[in-house]
Ligand binder design. Structure first.
Ligand SMILES: [Ca+2]
Ligand SMILES: [Ca+2]
Length: 277
């Protein structure tokens, strides 16, 4: 097991802190992971209307009394093919097939197959992140407003959305982020700035399957201990984070989006989670 320590300096208001971010890499072909520390965040609800700040409204606190690891990047084509070559995952056709672009057109069940393959290969427990784990990791402590508190005009530094370059090239008639991220469609992973936990592409590029079934329409009903909601309609499964086809109004972290577990989309992939002993 390879472990790397990164030291990250950040500022909250007038307080400057240093945080150690530990990374894991269980095998050469495995996804790189970031260890998310125990802690808590305020899950605001109800889901916002476009542009509403996240620092208003009711909330409940979701607490994590455990550490977990989560993919530093979306799972790539190259990583997926290692599972294919081991005979554990289906070979999936993608419009863009480079080793460093995210695997897409993958069903929820196929994403789970990949995590089971990783578990067998490494001896650790891999799975998909829960709704709350994904959000906790994506917010990385900057939970009060969208876009990691960066100005909307700078969102193109942090993720690949349906931006001005996409609009010029594709002209799909979609609402467009007010900036240029230079990615007209899907991008290689890790091209943009990471969040404070060192995670890349939690905004945009490809949306990401999560563990949860479709259940609580109201975020207040989600578990407060970080566990997935598995009591609803499990024919539907959740995904989060928006994609290169979404504009800035749709990648709010509060969005609860579900689709059939067997469905595919060319802007839908996943990142893995791994339990920590
Ligand atoms: Ca783009
Ligand atoms: Ca993403």
């Amino acid at each position: 097991m390879l472990a790397t320590w990164l030291f990250l300096i950040y500022t909250i208001g007038n307080v400057t802190s240093a945080e150690e971010i530990e990374e894991l890499h269980d095998c050469v072909q495995c996804p790189e992971l970031v260890i998310i520390p125990s802690g808590q965040f305020d899950m605001r609800f109800p889901p916002s209307t476009s542009g509403r700040g996240h620092n208003v409204g009711l909330y409940h606190t979701v607490s994590f009394d455990y550490r977990f690891a989560i993919g530093k990047f979306e799972v790539t084509r190259g990583q997926w093919l290692a599972c294919v070559q081991d005979g554990e995952c289906p070979d999936i056709t993608n419009a863009v097939e480079t080793p460093s672009t995210p695997v897409v057109n993958v069903t929820w069940g196929e994403a789970k197959k990949y995590t089971r393959w990783l578990s067998k290969k490494t001896g650790h427990t891999y799975r998909l992140p829960s709704y709350s784990e994904w959000e906790y990791a994506a917010r990385s402590g900057r939970g009060m407003n969208r876009y990691f508190n960066v100005p909307l005009s700078e969102i193109c530094l942090y993720g690949n959305t349906y931006d001005q370059s996409a609009d010029r090239a594709l002209d799909l008639g979609l609402a467009t982020s007010p900036c240029d991220d230079s990615s007209e469609a899907i991008s290689v992973v890790g091209r943009y700035e990471p969040n404070r936990f060192g995670l890349y592409d939690v905004i945009g590029n490809v949306s990401e399957w999560i563990e949860d079934c479709a259940g609580p329409i109201v975020r207040a009903a989600y578990p407060i201990d970080g566990q997935p909601w598995l009591g609803g309609d499990c024919e539907l499964r959740g995904f989060r984070g928006s994609s290169w086809l979404n504009n800035e109004n749709t990648f709010v972290f509060e969005s609860s989006v579900f689709r059939s577990h067997g469905s595919r989309a060319d802007d839908l992939g996943f990142r893995v989670a791994r339990e920590m002993p």
